[in-house]
Design a protein around this ligand. Structure first.
Ligand SMILES: [Zn+2]
Length: 407
C-alpha cells in the first residue's frame, strides 16, 4: 500500500516537472509580434534585439561615416553605429550623439577636441542583451556621421562701439564682448579648416540723452574736483537750504578727505567719480585710462562705502574710444549743460548770475568744491539756491533727474 502511494507521488512529481519545463519552453519560444520602423515582425519570445538586427542585416541601415574636418570621408563605417530605439528609448549609441562643438574660453589658444568621434572609445550597449517585449516598437536609423578628433585654434574677434544720440548723460546699454574665430586642425587628416567667426562680438552701445522732466521744474546742482577744505562750508549751505546735490569726486581727494565723502552720503547727496587724478582721458593709453577710472571708483568706495559706476570725465573728454576701453567699468558718463565758469574766478555775483540766467528745466549746473580756491563758490551758492527756488525750481540729484525723464 505504502509502495503504491510512493509511486503515485513520484508520478505526480514527474508530471508537474514536465509541465513546468513545457511552460518554460513555451514562454521562451512562443511567437510574439514586434514592429520595426512600422512593419510587423513575428519573432520568438527569447529573441534579442541583437539577433533580430543580425538576421535582417540592420534592416538596411548603415553606420555613420568618419569625416575629416573638411568633410572628406576618412572611414566609410567609422562614424556612429546604427541607431536603434526600443519603445521610444535610444539604445546603443548614447556616446555617439555628442556634438563636435568645442566649449571653452574664448582666449586665443589651441585646445584639443575629441571631436564627435568617440573613436575607439565608444562602448554601446550590447544589443544581444536587449530582450524584446511583446509588441515592442523598434526603429532603426543610419548611424551619425562623426568628425575626426581635432585641435581647435581660437582667436578673439574684437568688439566695436556705437555712441548714439545727443545730450548730457551717456548711458551704457550694452557692454562689449569679444567674439571668437576658430580654425580646426584634423588629427588624422592634418587638414586645417577655417571655421570663421563661431561667436559674434557684441559691440559697446551707449545712448546719449538729456532728461526732460515734465511734471515740474527741476535743476541738478553738481560740484566737481572735491572733496577739499571747501566741501564743508558747501555741505553746510546745502543742509541749511534743504537742497540735494551731486558731487563728482576725485579719487585722491576722497582719500584725503574721507570725512566729507561720508558727510555727502549721510546728508543725502549723490557721490560719483571724477577720475582718480583728474587727467585728460583723451591723452591716456588704455591701461592708464582703466587704472585711473578703477582707482577713482575704489577710493570713493573706500572713503564712503558707496559703489558707483557713474563718471564725469575731467573736461568732459570721453569719446567712443574711451567707452570701448572701459565699458566693463562704468555705466554712465555725465557732463553738464550750464557752466557757471566759476573756474575763471569771476567773482561770486558773476557765478550766481550765470547759474540764474542760464538755468532751465532739466539743467545740470556745474560748480566746484575743490581743485583750487573755491571761496567764490561758497559765497555765490546761497544766492543761487534762493534765486532758483524763486524761479520755481526744485533741486534733484543726477539719479533723480534721470528717473524723472519724461515724468
Ligand atoms: Zn574737474
Amino acid at each position: 500500500m505504502a509502495r503504491i502511494l510512493l509511486i503515485i507521488l513520484l508520478v505526480l512529481v514527474v508530471v508537474l516537472a514536465l509541465t513546468g519545463v513545457g511552460m518554460w519552453g513555451y514562454n521562451q519560444f512562443r511567437p510574439i509580434t514586434v514592429s520595426v520602423n512600422g512593419a510587423e515582425q513575428r519573432v520568438s519570445a527569447n529573441t534579442s534585439l541583437g539577433k533580430l538586427a543580425a538576421d535582417h542585416d540592420d534592416f538596411g541601415a548603415k553606420p555613420g561615416k568618419l569625416l575629416s574636418v573638411s568633410g572628406k570621408v576618412l572611414k566609410r563605417d567609422g562614424g556612429g553605429p546604427v541607431r536603434y530605439t526600443l519603445n521610444g528609448k535610444g539604445i546603443g549609441d548614447a556616446d555617439a550623439a555628442k556634438d563636435a562643438g568645442a566649449a571653452g574660453s574664448a582666449k586665443s589658444a589651441t585646445t584639443s577636441n575629441k571631436g564627435s568621434a568617440a573613436y575607439g572609445t565608444n562602448a554601446p550597449i550590447d544589443l544581444n542583451k536587449v530582450k524584446l517585449p511583446e509588441n515592442a516598437k523598434i526603429t532603426v536609423k543610419d548611424g551619425k556621421n562623426l568628425t575626426e578628433q581635432h585641435d581647435v585654434r581660437r582667436t578673439m574677434v574684437p568688439f566695436g562701439v556705437s555712441v548714439n544720440g545727443h545730450g548730457v548723460i551717456q548711458k551704457l546699454v550694452q557692454r562689449g564682448k569679444q567674439g571668437v574665430k576658430e580654425v580646426w586642425i584634423g588629427k588624422i587628416s592634418g587638414e586645417q579648416v577655417d571655421k570663421g567667426v563661431v561667436k559674434e562680438p557684441k559691440n559697446v552701445i551707449v545712448d546719449t540723452f538729456s532728461p526732460k522732466p515734465v511734471t515740474h521744474k527741476v535743476v541738478a546742482l553738481t560740484f566737481d574736483d572735491g572733496p577739499s577744505q571747501y566741501s564743508g562750508p558747501i555741505l553746510d549751505i546745502l543742509k541749511e537750504k534743504g537742497v540735494k546735490a551731486t558731487f563728482f569726486d576725485v579719487g585722491n581727494g576722497a582719500a584725503a578727505w574721507p570725512q566729507f565723502e561720508q558727510r555727502m552720503v549721510a546728508e543725502g547727496h549723490q557721490v560719483a567719480s571724477h577720475s582718480y587724478s583728474h587727467p585728460d582721458m583723451f591723452k591716456l593709453n588704455p591701461d592708464q585710462l582703466r587704472d585711473n577710472i578703477t582707482q577713482g571708483l575704489a577710493n570713493i568706495k573706500a572713503a564712503s562705502g558707496v559703489t558707483t559706476k557713474m563718471l564725469r570725465a575731467p573736461y568732459g573728454n570721453f569719446g567712443p574710444n574711451q567707452w570701448l576701453q572701459t565699458s566693463d567699468l562704468i555705466d554712465y558718463n555725465v557732463i553738464w549743460t550750464v557752466d557757471t565758469e566759476d573756474w575763471k574766478k569771476p567773482g561770486a555775483p558773476a557765478i550766481a548770475n550765470a547759474a540764474l540766467s542760464k538755468a532751465y528745466n532739466g539743467a545740470v549746473i556745474l560748480m566746484h568744491d575743490g581743485g583750487g580756491d573755491r571761496s567764490e563758490d561758497i559765497a555765490a551758492l546761497p544766492g543761487i539756491i534762493d534765486g532758483l527756488k524763486g524761479q520755481g525750481y526744485e533741486f534733484v540729484t543726477i539719479d533723480q533727474l534721470m528717473a524723472m525723464n519724461g515724468k
